[in-house]
Ligand binder design. Structure first.
Ligand SMILES: Cc1cc2nc3c(=O)[nH]c(=O)nc-3n(C[C@H](O)[C@H](O)[C@H](O)COP(=O)(O)OP(=O)(O)OC[C@H]3O[C@@H](n4cnc5c(N)ncnc54)[C@H](O)[C@@H]3O)c2cc1C
Length: 500
């Protein structure tokens, strides 16, 4: 065991990697505990994470905006119930300014690796330009959906037209009169496809796995309501509580307590099927758009416009796989040749191969986090700390994601950080590490809770859901209610950690 004597002063109190809502929330939590020497490294050229990187047409939140925002920073000015992406980017910028985070951010700075130095009790972080920086605490806030996935179709390099990934959209691109192929039918494609279909000459949608889509109750928030939210903040808090409760019912009862509440889950599936029946005329197309896995195996989405596009004569649904790409066409596995001039990759993100973690992290005794997770199950105490990794707060860990809105996750993690760093202070210590015992008990509890969920008790085999890791375990979502998550964050036994 280390003596606890630090011989070298670190460059910073803390290094935070990632300037999305996660990294900013963590920086606010650190500041509240009096840690002000924080460096936030971000590989992109601005802050906002998801909401900076993604700006494809149609982008909007799929969680009502009263809920998808920090509870301590309500925004009375959302234009719609489900705000467009640009408003989220603007909201992120306002938060950064208000909490004076911008001057702590270094853009265009990718972190390559981090190693715990047990002699000096600090993290040594290596940046892409080779520079080395040290800090007492390391917070990784690199996101779950942050490493775009590009399928390796044979011949893709020979394609002579445009290739656009939804996470790297060209705002100058005009779909008017184009022959477009969209690959993928996840939540992003559901938002984008109706926008492209409006003016494209031909649009072919390549679907591997259909998605459950329920109606979207969205509208412009009237000026009077916005004024009310601004003048009487408790009115917006009440709206948030209602929205949170609906989401919680969907998530906890419909997905996590599937075994006990199959009827609610089946009800949601029936609603989505009725929506499809009303919107799509052709029976064969409806069949192709109907998932054969249970509702909730994969994140469902909301739209009133997606299904309807398949009634158009210039929009085609293709369920054959893509065999190869030619300079001006896609060739399907059944041998059909579809001429296209634009290939849109709505193929999402790679979580389990290149994230977890997003860069190499070496802990005490040379433990490699990525290897350890893959060899001894994906796990993290309360979804935030890992044995063998002192002073590491890993926000994008297994079982970290609680509830449907990401803000539940980050705010419960902020509460956990507050309690942990407060205890560290109280003991006059400088290093924390979660015990192997506490970590194993937490993993056992999560494994046990998962048994009731749709992931274990339902039919998810064909869902190809990012909730499942490469071993087939659903280790992304935390299988308990968000109130239980918050309770745990505020009252976990402080002796679940050792302090030096
Ligand atoms: C299109 C889209 C729509 C979404 N809609 C919703 C929604 O409606 N509701 C919801 O709850 N969630 C939604 N999400 C999930 C969304 O990612 C989270 O809600 C939230 O924005 C995540 O914040 P974050 O800070 O954890 O991660 P991110 O926003 O992904 O930020 C992580 C940051 O880390 C940076 N980074 C990564 N690796 C490195 C490195 N090695 N060095 C330096 N920087 C690095 C990235 O560049 C990125 O800026 C959506 C995601 C996408 C992609």
């Amino acid at each position: 065991m280390h003596s606890g004597k630090t011989s070298v002063a670190p460059d910073h109190d803390a290094i935070v990697v990632g300037a999305g809502f996660g990294g900013m929330g963590a920086a606010i939590a650190l500041q509240r505990r009096g840690l002000h020497d924080i460096a936030i490294y971000e590989r992109e050229d601005d802050l906002g994470g998801t909401w900076h990187v993604n700006h494809y047409p149609g982008l909007a939140v799929d969680i009502a905006s009263v809920t998808y925002s920090y509870s301590f920073e309500p925004n009375p000015h959302w234009s719609r119930l489900f705000a467009p992406g640009s408003e989220l980017a603007a909201y992120a910028a306002r938060i950064a300014d208000k909490y004076d985070l911008r001057r702590r951010m270094r853009f265009g700075t990718a972190v390559e690796s981090a190693t715990w130095d047990d002699d000096d009790q600090l993290w040594r972080v290596t940046l892409a330009d080779g520079a080395s920086v040290t800090a007492r605490f390391l917070v990784t806030a690199t996101g779950f959906l942050s490493q775009p996935h590009t399928p390796a179709f044979p011949g893709i390099d020979s394609f002579a037209g445009r290739i656009l990934h939804t996470a790297d959209w060209d705002d100058h691109y005009r779909p008017d009169g184009r022959r477009i192929a969209v690959v993928g039918t996840g939540a992003t494609a559901v938002q984008l496809i109706p926008e492209l279909a409006r003016t494209a000459a031909e649009l072919t949608v390549f679907q591997r796995t259909p998605i459950w889509v329920v109606p979207k109750v969205d509208f412009r928030i009237p000026r009077a309501v916005r004024s009310l939210f601004a003048a009487v903040p408790s009115s917006q808090r009440a709206a948030r509580t209602i929205s949170n409760t609906i989401l919680e019912l969907l998530m906890v009862v419909g997905v996590l307590r599937f075994r006990q509440a199959k009827r609610l889950n089946r009800g949601a599936a029936l609603l989505a099927k009725a929506h499809l029946r009303v919107q799509v005329r052709d029976a064969a197309t409806r069949r192709a758009l109907t998932p054969d896995y249970d509702f909730g195996c994969k994140r469902p989405t909301f739209s009133n416009r997606y299904f309807r596009v398949f009634n158009r004569p210039d929009v085609h649904l293709d369920t054959d796989g893509i065999e190869r790409v030619e300079p001006d066409a896609l060739v399907t596995t059944s041998g059909r040749r579809i001429p296209v001039d634009t290939l849109v990759l709505a193929t999402g993100f790679n979580l389990w191969d290149v994230n977890f973690p997003a860069f190499e992290i070496i802990g005490r005794g040379g433990r490699n986090l990525g290897k350890w997770w893959r060899e001894s199950r994906f796990q993290a105490y309360e979804g935030i700390t890992v044995p063998g990794f002192p002073n590491l707060l890993s926000l994008n860990s297994p079982y970290a994601y609680s509830g449907l809105s990401y803000f539940t996750t980050i705010e419960s993690q902020m509460a956990h950080m507050d309690r942990l760093l407060g205890e560290l202070d109280r003991r006059g210590a400088s290093t924390f590490e979660v015990t192997e015992r506490a970590n194993s008990e937490f993993l056992d509890a999560m494994t046990h809770n998962l048994q009731d969920s749709v992931f274990v008790d339902g039919r998810c085999a064909s869902s190809r859901s990012y909730y499942f890791n490469q071993h087939g375990e659903a280790t992304l979502l935390r299988p308990n209610s968000t109130s239980a998550t918050f309770r745990a964050a505020r009252s976990f036994p402080v002796d679940d950690y050792t302090y030096v």
